[in-house]
Design a protein around this ligand. Structure first.
Ligand code: GDP
Ligand code: MG
Length: 162
């Protein structure tokens, strides 16, 4: 069984784009419409010496009254099964309350976490990183999934954690 990295975060932050970049596939559905990934999607990342599983998740709960709060059951399950939780946020939108909720839900899973501040292309990445430091998730990385930018340091970190 390969170790698993869970990509979680609110809809439209770029989780599926990241999944595709890591697994070099077009398996995950990428769309402009929030919430388009309904089910968990698994792929294998072979960019390190040791391959690992990546799971892409939808994000928003159909059942906001459920145990998991706003984070969907499938995202919760993915986080619980993961060796490392990668929380994805959108540098263009800044910090939203749902990001805090995802972090809170992820913390409850007691796994190593990392923060991927996505869509930093064309932005002041340092400013974005400073903004997202309020989430208190370390280490944090500035990335641009759709430009395959910033993924090297993320992979190095995963190599050390998995
Ligand atoms: P998900 O809902 O979190 O899975 O998000 P998607 O991967 O479907 O991406 C949502 C939108 O953000 C799509 O239009 C992507 O092309 C766009 N996107 C993803 N990554 C980046 C990025 O690094 N930079 C920019 N500018 N757009 C991105
Ligand atoms: Mg998606």
């Amino acid at each position: 069984m390969l170790p698993m990295v869970a990509l979680v975060g609110r809809p439209n932050v770029g989780k599926s784009t990241l999944f595709n970049a890591l697994t070099r596939s077009r398996d995950a559905l990428v769309a402009n419409q929030p919430g388009v990934t309904r089910d968990r999607q698994f792929g294998i990342c072979r960019l390190l010496d040791n391959p690992f599983l990546v799971v892409d998740t939808g994000g928003l709960s159909d059942d906001p009254e459920g145990l998991a709060g706003l984070t969907s059951q499938q995202s919760m399950q993915a986080m619980q099964e993961a060796a490392v939780i990668a929380i994805v946020v959108d540098a263009r939108d800044g910090v939203l309350s749902y990001d805090h909720q995802v972090v809170a839900d992820a913390r409850r899973c007691n796994r190593p976490m990392l923060l991927l501040v996505n869509k930093t292309d064309g932005l002041d990445a340092d400013q974005a990183m400073a903004d997202f430091s309020v989430l208190g998730v370390q280490p944090a990385f500035a990335v641009a999934a759709s430009h395959q930018r910033g993924l090297g340091p993320v992979l190095e970190e995963l190599a050390a954690r998995l």
